[in-house]
Design a protein around this ligand. Sequence first.
Ligand SMILES: Nc1ncnc2c1ncn2[C@@H]1O[C@H](COP(=O)(O)OP(=O)(O)O)[C@@H](O)[C@H]1O
Ligand SMILES: [Mg+2]
Length: 273
Amino acid sequence: MAAVIEIDHLTFNYENGTPALADLNLSVEPGETVVFIGPNGAGKTTLFLYILGLLRQVPREVTVLGRALTSTQAVEAIRGRVGLVFQNPDDQLFCTTVFDDVAFGPINQGLAPAEVKDRVAQSLEAVGLTGYDHRVPHHLSGGEKRRVGLATIFAMAPQVLLLDEPTSSLDPRGRREVIRLLKDFSGTKLVATHDFELALEVATRVVLLHKGRLHADGPPLKILTDETLLKNSGLEMPLVLRYFVELRGRSGEQLSAISSQLSAKKKDKKADC
Ligand SMILES: Nc1ncnc2c1ncn2[C@@H]1O[C@H](COP(=O)(O)OP(=O)(O)O)[C@@H](O)[C@H]1O
Ligand SMILES: [Mg+2]
């Protein structure tokens, strides 16, 4: 099957000379959920903006859904089929009502008014915000804004989703809700995140970027529990994964011994009550 996204030797520097991406090669297959990790400044956001031609440069090194992005027309043709959810929902929402924000994409796709209405209703329902049509986006909570941001993209029925830090600055419930929405989307996904638990939950593959270069690319658990690799790339393994690695290193017998000790402690506690 043809790749959904192919990137061939991509190097990108910002106009002020800051290097952001260096000799990047990548191929994403249909149905994959590729999670990009890397410290701040690694190039994750730049990569997503570049793929969608949002950096004032035709992304010649990129092929999306079989189409080489060698012209602005080619880039425009794939917008809508590939949806980018920005890290900050305020960059995504610019209308005075939720309805107008969610309708913006489908209207630009040239859909008839009745279909636009249906798309808005379906997208708001998918993100659990039915009835929010007339609300003012900038008055919503962070979690609600994030969900409207997702609805604006869902409304265009994209085949590929790019999500930049989708769980950042959300409370635990908002975060869980966004993870559920990501899991429900059956198309190909590229997700940039610092949230390793999110990565473990949704990724079929993890790509580690460091200083604009691809440092590692492989199975989620392998990359996310490789302490040396993470350290050398300016990252740290979260405590919960540290425990996991610690436990994984023990034999089955040791694990059942720990488990018996824990149950014995529980029984003692009960007897004390
Ligand atoms: N608009 C910009 N102008 C100049 N340099 C930028 C701009 N945006 C990002 N950069 C630089 O590009 C590099 C990659 O940044 P970014 O893609 O935002 O990384 P990440 O999303 O992984 O934190 C960093 O060195 C950053 O300072
Ligand atoms: Mg970023």
